[in-house]
Design a protein around this ligand. Structure first.
Ligand SMILES: C[S@@+](CC[C@H](N)C(=O)[O-])C[C@H]1O[C@@H](n2cnc3c(N)ncnc32)[C@H](O)[C@@H]1O
Ligand code: SF4
Length: 292
């Protein structure tokens, strides 16, 4: 059977995917807002264990169409390991349409373009990357481990390998002081990357993280829903994308928007203008949780 180790996270769009923990934890594990894998030490699991889980699933259920390789940055595992796992998945279920994983900037710097291209041919066609911000001050404050130039450079490697990128931006990460710069610089970085998917989440202090501690000390400059809407508007205004799907539908968002860019850009900005002009009647969702 499949025995998941610790808490398992996956992107919203992998809700119907088979989740396999190819790796445990996150090789970086330092981002100040992230509590996901703090209790785990990063390691790559044994292929034999994963083969057993795949065989067990195969006996119990019909073949999955999508597989998500957990945990936090499975792309950090050696390409030979990932290649063998992908071969086993494909041999067991030739009907699989997509395998995807989280890819930290650090993992994208380690895997060569040739490796990523080869893994893509074996089915690993999509990475989820937390860009979080394009502002160097915000990136340094959240200890992402890369600045904006390096973020663009590593994302470009995935593009060069032909792998689809789904990237995340953390609204509110710069507080009020840096809201405008965070929005504008994030748009610049996203424009340089031209990802297939871009989504926004709202930076949420979670217990056990440095962001939580600074929030407890009253140092985290929370944006209210209206300021978050203004920040999102500034971000959308500055996006110049050729063909990307945008979503702000993660549970942490107060406003759920979705559309294709550039086609729906003006309509989404108009929605935000209406919200900002008349916040009392805005369709804000309730605050989701103070702790994930
Ligand atoms: C597993 S990581 C993404 C992949 C990879 N590890 C990386 O950082 O590039 C999950 C994503 O969830 C989001 N996230 C994590 N903790 C969060 C929090 N406290 N508030 C809002 N979003 C959060 C961030 O956008 C983060 O990039
Ligand atoms: S955001 Fe990603 S890279 Fe940063 S600690 Fe969390 S899982 Fe690791």
């Amino acid at each position: 059977m499949i025995q998941y180790q610790g808490q398992v996270f996956r992107p919203p769009s992998e809700g119907n995917s088979l989740i396999l923990q190819a790796t445990l934890g996150c090789s970086w594990n330092k981002c100040t807002f992230c509590a996901m894998y703090r209790d785990k030490k990063f390691r790559v699991r044994k292929l034999e264990e994963l083969y057993k889980e795949i065989d067990w699933y195969d006996e119990q259920f019909s073949p999955p169409t999508k597989v998500f390789l957990a945990d936090g940055d499975a792309l950090m595992a050696k390409a030979s390991f990932l290649g063998e796992l992908l071969d086993y998945l494909h041999n067991t279920w030739p009907e699989i349409q997509r395998v995807s994983c989280y890819a930290s900037p650090q993992a994208l710097a380690v895997r060569t373009v040739e490796e990523m291209r080869l893994l893509k041919e074996k089915g690993l066609t999509q990475y989820y990357l937390g860009v979080e911000s394009g502002n160097d001050h915000c990136l340094a404050a959240m200890e992402k481990g890369v600045d904006s130039a390096e973020m663009i450079r590593v994302a470009q490697r995935a593009n060069d390998a032909g792998v689809r990128l789904s990237v995340m931006i953390l609204l509110g990460m710069g507080g009020f002081a840096l809201s405008r710069e965070h929005a504008q610089d994030s748009a610049k970085v996203i424009n340089a990357i031209q990802p297939r998917f871009v989504s926004t989440l709202v930076a949420t202090p979670v217990a056990g993280t440095p962001l939580w501690d600074s929030d407890q000390r009253g140092e985290f400059d929370h944006l209210d829903p209206i300021a978050l809407a203004a920040e999102l508007r500034e971000f959308l205004m500055n996006l110049d994308l050729k063909a990307s799907v945008f979503r702000s539908n993660h549970a942490s968002n107060y406003l759920a928007l979705a559309g294709t860019l550039p086609k729906d850009q003006a309509a989404m900005i108009a929605t935000l203008d209406r919200v900002l002009a008349n916040p009392d009647n805005a369709p804000f969702r309730p605050e989701w949780m103070r702790a994930l």
